[in-house]
Design a binder for this molecule. Structure first.
Ligand code: NI
Length: 432
């Protein structure tokens, strides 16, 4: 259910006066404003880090976000979008175009082992994927952009999204539900930007890629049904354990023999469940796993091959296969035209040496849903710094990020929003 909170806090507006600036001045203003916001962004991030909340349970995090936005003087704030999502609008000097900036807010079921003074106070829950930083960075960018609002040739929609890691069983959530609840409409959004912290990239750098950046995530569950018998009389059975061995081998040929070798693809089985006792051939075996690609056509082809190989391999042995695909999203696919349009913004924000090209990665992100609806660009933000112990991978109990990356992220998102609005406005100047 959506609620709309409009609190016109005059006092708060006075706290964050607009910076009136021409085009060149706006450019010059982003860095100092981002740097000014950095200590507060660190404080927000630590507060969120200490109180992590799992997917679709981001109640306190979203309260913090809405309160911080209100305190800045932003009045158009919707809460309760897709459960605990927060969507806010900063109106510039023209109503359109509208660009969206997105951050995710949820944490993971990981027991933190960093020993940080602001470590998680929720046992078994940790911001081990840096979504605390994403949220703090978007709040920081909100503050910068709100101060520059009188110079913005369009509006900025701030999208604080819950449940990126996946909703609990039986619940909807994440980007798909945000879209369903209208986040890209009213006012209509024409492009979206987002970022993710990257512990293999040094602080100060941002990595971009045109086309497929992150993999599609399709999850499968295959039930192979045979016939149970005594293990001493296998000819009376249809042995799903032997069938599963053939199926697992067969699906490896999708990547090794069927899909163009120049296309990244992974087919992995993570679960095999079958049998209870050593001397009984069971009735069924369940396999679970994932198919990941970087291209929509390859994804469709791979899933088609998967179905064909599993069904026909099972049939060849007299067994039946039931195949379910779920929890899926497309690849994070950065619109090439948008990337070439926006690369100068990254360079303006960070300097040419700090803007690097990323290889494609096989992990996924539900940002892909927005990119299926409108052009979008997702980048990686470097948070690696040996000096502060920021070297461990995402999703591990030791994961630490370098907070010096927060102002870099704020500059990146702010500059992308400003330069996107400017480039769109230049395409269609206001009627005279
Ligand atoms: Ni993440």
């Amino acid at each position: 259910m959506k609620r709309c909170i409009s609190t016109g806090l005059v006092a708060a507006i006075l706290l964050v006066p607009p910076v009136t600036a021409g085009a060149q001045d706006v450019q010059a203003s982003v860095q100092p404003l981002a740097d000014q916001t950095a200590p507060q962004a660190v404080a927000w991030r630590r507060q969120i880090h200490a109180h992590p909340e799992r997917s679709n349970r981001e109640e306190k995090t979203s309260q913090l976000v809405a309160a911080a936005l209100r305190e800045m003087g932003i009045t158009e704030i919707k809460t309760g979008v897709a459960h605990h999502g927060v969507v806010a609008l900063i109106r510039g000097n023209r109503p359109a175009p509208v660009v969206a900036l997105r951050a995710d807010m949820d944490a993971l079921p990981v027991q933190e082992a960093t020993g940080l003074p602001f470590a998680s106070q929720n046992p078994g829950v940790m911001h081990a994927c840096g979504h605390d930083a994403h949220t703090a960075i978007l709040l920081g960018a909100a503050k910068v952009l709100f101060q520059l609002r009188e110079s913005l040739p369009g509006s900025v929609k701030l999208v604080f999204q819950p449940s990126e890691e996946g909703a609990p069983a039986g619940e909807e959530g994440g980007a798909a539900l945000m879209i369903k609840e209208g986040v890209l409409r009213d006012p209509e959004v024409s492009a979206i930007f987002g970022l993710h912290v990257a512990p293999d990239l040094p602080t100060g750098q941002v990595a971009y890629r045109a086309g497929g950046l992150m993999a599609s995530v399709d999850r499968f569950r295959v039930t192979l049904r045979g016939r149970q018998s005594h293990a001493a009389m296998p000819w009376l059975s249809i042995d799903p354990i032997v069938v599963s061995a053939h199926v697992i081998t067969a699906i490896q040929t999708i990547s090794s023999r069927r899909i163009d070798a120049r296309q990244p693809i992974v087919v992995s089985v993570g679960v095999i469940q079958g049998g209870q006792v050593w001397n009984i051939i069971p009735e069924q075996v369940v396999l679970e796993g994932t198919v990941r690609t970087h291209d929509k056509a390859v994804r469709d082809e791979a899933i088609g091959l998967f179905r064909q190989l599993v069904e026909q391999t099972a049939a060849a042995h007299g067994a039946r296969a039931e195949i379910e695909f779920s929890g899926d999203h497309a690849p994070v696919w950065n619109d090439p035209e948008l990337v070439s349009r926006m690369k100068p913004a990254l360079i303006a924000a960070l300097g040419e040496a700090n803007v690097v090209e990323s290889p494609p990665v096989m992990v996924g992100e539900d940002f892909a849903h927005y990119q299926e609806a409108i052009p979008g660009m997702f980048v990686f933000l470097g948070v690696r710094n040996e000096a502060v112990g920021a070297v461990h991978p995402l999703h591990t109990p030791q994961f630490v990020l370098d907070e010096a990356a927060l102002p870099v992220g704020i500059r990146t998102l702010s500059q992308l929003a400003i330069d996107y609005l400017r480039s769109k406005t230049a395409e269609s100047p206001p009627a005279k």
